[in-house]
Design a protein around this ligand. Structure first.
Ligand code: TYM
Length: 340
């Protein structure tokens, strides 16, 4: 009976795989939503794909975190996912650490990957700079574990924001190298980007990020909170002979384009070169447009907050499904590497 179930799952698993994940370092923000989750949603609707979406808790512990609140944080991200519309009928939701084969594959892939390449990664350098007193081996292993997350399911498509592209490139390199050393096992996965692949920060420089206070709007923020956060975004006099291409104003205009459309943004650019932009009005309209998108997400999320047993069942299904595929891949990898 158990064997039949496994064969059935493996047969279903023949569809082209999609994998992606988010760290539970806080609730999801607009950057995560536009850059990643919107891609997850688009792909779960394609019948030719088999999508696995994860909360990557093992990645989340490579930077400082609180072990006492961590389970709660993981749950928040699962609720955010479900609120956004990830549908357990169309995709599998899983917690990374519940399928420990990810770690075993990461170790095996680590043995074929050069240290020097990891050190060059912009994301590694960034994290090292942010937390100079927390330089742990796990952080070093971060991109290899990410490659293992993707390759353990032989995933071919990975919906991620622009900041993750160097990691996808590394994953492709690892797959190529493995195949050339031990025979064809892995596909070379490709990234899938949405049109919000880079959501800028509210503070005028860099991307919207959980680790930079004041830079983000969470999916669970109220209209008042959104207004307050936008009020803090830096602006200028509102007019000039050239529309800024970077900084606070440029970032606000990008957000206008993402939430209110290209025409609205072009209209504001015209005003900047003419009579001037009234930022209080821009921010008011933008806050309303953002909230309009978030309100249905918050309502759906509330349903799941009140049905945590159902959420537990969804994660249990994901764990079971992913374990079977992950074990199968690991067996194949070990055979190829001469370990069995
Ligand atoms: P994380 O947790 O930093 O972010 C989750 C997803 O959100 C995207 N994102 C953004 N997109 C556009 N604009 C932004 N400002 C912005 N901020 C975040 C990220 O690109 C990401 O897609 N290493 C990954 C987690 C991970 C993973 C994986 C992803 C671990 N294993 C396997 C894909 C596949 C990370 O730190 O994402």
């Amino acid at each position: 009976m158990e064997n039949n179930k496994q064969s059935l799952i493996l047969a279903q698993a023949r569809n082209k795989k999609v994998f992606s994940g988010s760290r539970p370092t806080g609730r999801l923000h607009l950057g995560n939503y536009l850059g990643a989750v919107k891609g997850y949603l688009a792909l779960q609707d394609r019948p030719d794909l088999d999508c696995i979406y994860s909360v990557v808790d093992l990645h989340g512990i490579t930077t400082p975190y609180d072990s006492k609140t961590y389970q709660g944080q993981i749950r928040e991200v699962v609720l955010d996912y479900l609120g956004c519309g990830l549908d357990p009928q169309k995709c599998h939701l899983m917690i990374q650490s519940q399928v420990p084969e990810h770690i075993e594959l990461a170790y095996l892939l680590g043995t074929i990957y050069p240290v020097s390449r990891v050190e060059q990664l912009p994301t590694y350098k960034e994290k090292r700079a942010e937390n100079p007193d927390y330089l742990n081996v796990g952080l070093f292993y971060y991109p290899i574990l990410m490659a293992a997350d993707i390759l353990i399911y032989k995933s071919e498509l990975v919906p991620v924001g622009k900041d993750q592209l160097p990691h996808i490139e590394l994953t492709r390199e690892v797959a190529r190298k493995f195949n050339s050393m031990f025979g064809e096992v892995f596909p070379e996965p490709e990234s899938y980007e949405t049109n919000g692949t880079y959501v800028p920060s509210l503070i005028g420089s860099g991307k919207m990020s959980k680790s930079v206070e004041g830079s983000y709007i969470n999916l669970t923020d109220s209209l008042e909170e959104i207004k307050k956060k936008l009020a803090g975004a830096p602006t200028d006099s509102g007019k000039g002979d050239k529309v800024p291409e970077e900084g606070g104003v440029a970032n606000l205009l990008t957000l206008v384009e993402l939430f209110e459309g290209k025409e609205e943004k072009e209209g504001l650019e015209g005003k900047y070169l003419g009579d001037g932009i009234k930022y209080s009005e821009l921010k008011e309209n933008l806050a309303n447009a953002i909230y309009k998108e978030l309100q249905p997400i918050q309502e759906k999320r509330k349903y799941y907050e009140e049905h945590l047993e159902e959420v537990k069942g969804i994660l249990e299904e994901g764990r079971g499904y992913c374990s079977i595929i992950a074990k199968e891949t690991l067996r194949e990898v070990k055979r190829a590497m001469g370990l069995v």
